[in-house]
Write a new protein. Structure first.
Length: 242
């Protein structure tokens, strides 16, 4: 489903290993003041910061530019701003504990992503949430759009359909995708990580990541269509012609 690239953050259009832009589209620091809020929230209450001494200052310099990215990723994973802040705080404390072992401090994004996604999986495990989401393997979103013909005067019906979804709607729809598949889908289609990088981040075999991406795309297609029907985003062909 190549058109998922429409959901990618504008600042994240290059390869993951090249340390892409840091403002996470509409989810970054400009809208939520996330950088200062997160650093203040967790640093004030973290005894680890006091114990780390000079190591804390080095950690802050490395991590702080990536806070908008981490927060935007957490929002997409959790679907909730409060839960996202909690997740980032947890990930930052974990990252501080392991900071001395980080070799590549010039490009820490892959490492930080691994720490955050691990924290996400652990929270699901603690909440005993390992949702298996049923989906129709044979459902094809684009074929359905063509058959339903909701944009009878358009020669770009697929793009018209995707443009129904702003960031908030996409985040809501993503929550219907199985969590492990959601992680792979977001990392690949929103942030442009390669399959081998996602495998490294999640500690999963390449074949598993490829399977998750396939299933995630099928799940997302179904969720996008169900969302439009449930929320009456589309007019019927007859209504559209009136």
């Amino acid at each position: 489903m190549a058109s998922l690239a429409m959901f990618r953050d504008p600042a994240d259009s290059t390869e993951a290993s090249s340390e892409r832009g840091l403002d996470a589209g509409g989810l970054g620091r400009n809208n939520f003041g996330v950088r200062g809020r997160l650093m203040t929230r967790w640093a004030v209450g973290a005894r680890l910061a006091e114990q780390a001494g000079s190591a804390w200052r080095g950690f802050e310099e490395v991590v702080q530019p990536h806070l908008p990215y981490l927060y935007a990723l957490a929002v997409r994973l959790t679907g909730n701003h409060g839960a996202a802040e909690d997740l980032v705080q947890d990930a930052l404390l974990r990252a501080l504990r392991g900071f001395n072992g980080l070799r590549n401090r010039q490009q820490p994004r892959l490492w930080l992503t691994r720490v955050l996604t691990t924290a996400f999986y652990d929270r699901l495990r603690d909440a005993q949430r390992h949702d298996t989401v049923p989906f129709d393997e044979h459902f094809d979103l684009f074929d359905t759009i063509v058959a339903e013909d909701p944009f009878p005067y358009s020669d770009r019906v697929h793009l018209d359909f995707l443009e129904l979804f702003d960031d908030l709607k996409v985040i809501e729809v993503l929550q219907g995708v199985e969590p492990s598949h959601r992680v792979a889908l977001i990392l690949a289609c929103v942030y442009g990580f390669k399959v081998r990088e996602i495998a490294e981040i999640t500690g999963s075999p390449l074949g598993t990541i490829l399977a998750r991406l396939h299933r995630a795309r099928k799940q997302l297609e179904g969720e996008l269509w169900d969302y439009t029907v449930r929320n009456k985003l589309l007019s019927s062909p007859l209504e559209a012609r009136e």
